[in-house]
Design a protein around this ligand. Structure first.
Ligand code: ZN
Ligand code: ZN
Length: 413
């Protein structure tokens, strides 16, 4: 079936260049979604559009058998492209705050989109070789962390039905042609929290008549640092950062409240819950210790779930990759500090999942940087204005990974 790559490469590369030149911000992926839907229809998929805004799902059934969900994210970032590629984006757009911003596929979601369309085409052309159901899911707004959730809230489960396994991939800054898998935790959960603590305002010269929210906030910042140090096992990686504190405007006025903004990164739901509970416990207790007149307010925003690959699913995918690519093109992906909302989808559908990495950097460029000890200096990473995956073998590899992984579940027919 993968011999069909030669037949799709032409349109797939054109699609990729066009998408790279025409990126769209999260929740604004209207042109991208329409192009995806059109291609899926041409391949014979039953197409569902505008799920959770701009989400697209293509479904192809061929006989009885398992259902495999393949997911790509489709949104771009407010970054000004500086790659000098002939198909570089020069576009600007209006962000949700009404500001004119540059826009670029700086995270490689255009690679994911083109690869999934290629795999969808190969699976459709080769349908006589398998039996089951393929769900090709194109998710908007990964970069803001709520695209998956919005598709779920808009009835995704009713559209796709029972799903036996969910699979996704990301292009990363390692040599193109290489594929990295990892069982267990692979990406961090992340959340931001805004905490408002209440004091009693007054004159800076008469502290006895006030409850000082600045002193209260200072106690909280120090005490919060004991959570990771004293309540979480040393082998369980976690980060808690207080990135912002604001209170008052003048040296001799005690304000009546302070606002703290925190960012938390964890690799399991258990640790995440433990840290969030500890934050609430400590902040509430510090407020009581200070004689705060009112309970604190907690507002969690920008939530990304942990990505925790199912070991059995990962082993099955890795065996398929080793078999297809040979062992010299597969490796064990290290734990990544980035975050993703993909896992919201399989979690909502009750399906096991795995998420792997494909390389996007020209292999010679990467090896030269490695020899010179300059990988961190010379190899642009995702979200950089210089991030420029090479088209090949990146698209071929990302198409083969999705196709071979899907075939590891679809029953032979
Ligand atoms: Zn990104
Ligand atoms: Zn990304």
């Amino acid at each position: 079936m993968l011999t069909g790559l030669d037949d799709i490469r032409g349109w797939q590369e054109d699609f990729y260049r066009t998408l790279h030149r025409n990126p769209e911000l999260s929740h604004q992926e209207h042109t991208t979604a329409a192009a995806v839907a059109e291609r899926l229809r041409e391949c014979g998929y039953e197409v569902h559009e505008k799920i959770g805004g701009t989400g697209v799902v293509g479904i192809l059934r061929h006989g009885d058998g398992p259902t495999v969900l393949l997911r790509a994210d489709i949104d771009a970032l407010p970054v000004k492209e500086d790659t000098a590629l002939p198909y570089a984006s020069t576009r600007t757009t209006t962000d949700p705050h009404g500001t004119e911003v540059p826009v670029m596929h700086a995270c490689g979601h255009d690679v994911h989109t083109a690869c999934l369309l290629g795999a969808a085409a190969l699976l459709a052309d080769g349908r006589n070789h398998w039996s089951g159901r393929v769900v090709a899911l194109f998710q908007p707004a990964e970069e803001v962390g709520d695209g998956a959730r919005r598709m779920i809230d808009d009835g995704l489960a009713g559209i796709v039905g029972n799903v036996d396994v969910a699979l996704a991939q990301h292009v990363l800054p390692f040599p193109s042609g290489q594929v990295g898998t990892r069982p267990g935790p692979v990406l961090a959960a992340a959340e931001s929290m805004r905490i408002t603590v209440h004091g009693r305002g007054g004159h800076g010269s008469m502290p006895q008549a006030t409850v000082d929210p600045v002193v209260l906030a200072a106690m909280i910042v120090l005490r919060l640092q004991t959570i990771v140090a004293r309540e979480i096992a040393p082998a369980d990686p976690a980060v808690l950062t207080v990135g912002s504190i604001t209170s008052g405007t003048k040296s001799n006025v005690i304000d009546d409240h302070a606002v703290l903004q925190l960012n938390v990164r964890t690799y399991s739901d258990r640790t995440r819950t433990a840290i969030l509970d500890a934050i609430r416990r400590i902040v509430t207790a510090e407020c009581q210790a200070s004689g705060s007149p009112k309970d604190p307010d907690f507002d969690v925003f920008d939530h990304f779930p942990a990505t925790d690959n199912d070991p059995a699913t990962t082993a099955r995918v890795r065996a398929a990759f080793d078999d297809h690519f040979g062992g010299d093109r597969t490796f064990d992906l290290p734990l990544q500090t980035a975050s993703e909302d993909f896992s919201d989808i399989p979690t909502a559908l009750g399906a096991p999942y795995t998420y792997w990495g494909i390389g996007g950097i020209d292999p010679d460029t990467y090896r030269n940087a490695e020899k010179a000890g300059r990988v961190d200096d010379d190899i642009p990473v995702n979200h950089s204005p210089h991030f420029a995956p090479v088209i090949q073998p990146t698209l071929d590899t990302g198409t083969q990974t999705l196709t071979t992984a899907a075939l590891a579940w679809l029953a032979p027919s």
